[in-house]
Design a protein. Structure first.
Length: 223
């Protein structure tokens, strides 16, 4: 592998350029959340632009939002032994028969999707996690994810329009990875996946092509 690639680092680079430097099956597990469709990059904020309590949310229009093509999936499967890929229902032609992970966001009457679906190469069955992720309402814990934790001061700060919770990634790692595994995330976004890796002691490599989100993710990781 090229000497420019280091473990436990977030790169501000196109993931395709990085993967070309990586040997076959180098990563034990890739956990990725690529763009499923166009829209969030133009909105640039999570939910409404002005929150119910009057907070103006950060706006960032991304010019680097690209729904992955066949070449991306070919490279991802080449460099990783196993994969968990969010949004697989938008890419069903890539995964006709395989396992699924369902994330029930317990979002009540929200206009956003009730669930998100991931492809999982590690089993052929369907697994589900319930973890509330609805505006200011966030789950209490992995075990009591359907219950709001109540103290808004403990909420994860939203810095990306398609951000997922750190605890969701910790649940994935605890179930589908073992210590010593190297983890790849090609679309880091808010860095929730990398924070989960750090919390649980997994080596990782992450890429984020958008400079604004790279900087905000890097800052969040340091905090």
């Amino acid at each position: 592998m090229s000497s420019i690639i280091e473990l436990n680092k977030l790169y501000n680079i196109d993931c395709m350029d990085l993967m070309k430097e990586i040997p076959d099956k180098y990563f034990e597990l890739a956990i990725v959340d690529p763009p499923y469709f166009s829209g969030p990059e133009r909105r640039g904020f999570y939910g409404r632009k002005i929150s119910p309590i009057g907070v103006k949310r950060t706006y960032h229009k991304s010019d680097n939002w690209q729904v992955p093509n066949d070449e991306y999936f070919e490279e991802l499967f080449r460099v990783s032994k196993n994969q968990i890929i969010w949004g697989c229902n938008y890419f069903d032609y890539q995964f006709p028969t395989s396992g699924r992970i369902i994330w029930d966001k317990c979002n009540g009457k929200s206009s956003f999707s009730d669930c998100e679906i991931a492809y999982c190469s590690l089993h052929n069955s369907v697994r589900m996690i319930r973890y509330m992720w609805n505006g200011m309402m966030q789950g209490k814990s992995i075990e009591e994810g359907h219950i709001a934790q109540g103290n808004k001061k403990l909420n994860e700060k939203r810095i990306h329009p398609t951000q997922k919770p750190v605890l969701l990634y910790e649940w994935l790692l605890s179930k589908y990875a073992k210590l010593g595994d190297k983890i790849l995330d090609t679309h880091v976004g808010s860095a929730s996946s990398l924070i989960a890796c750090s919390n649980l002691g997994f080596d990782f490599v992450g890429t984020e092509i958008d400079e604004y989100y790279y900087n905000t993710a890097y800052e969040r990781m340091n905090k």
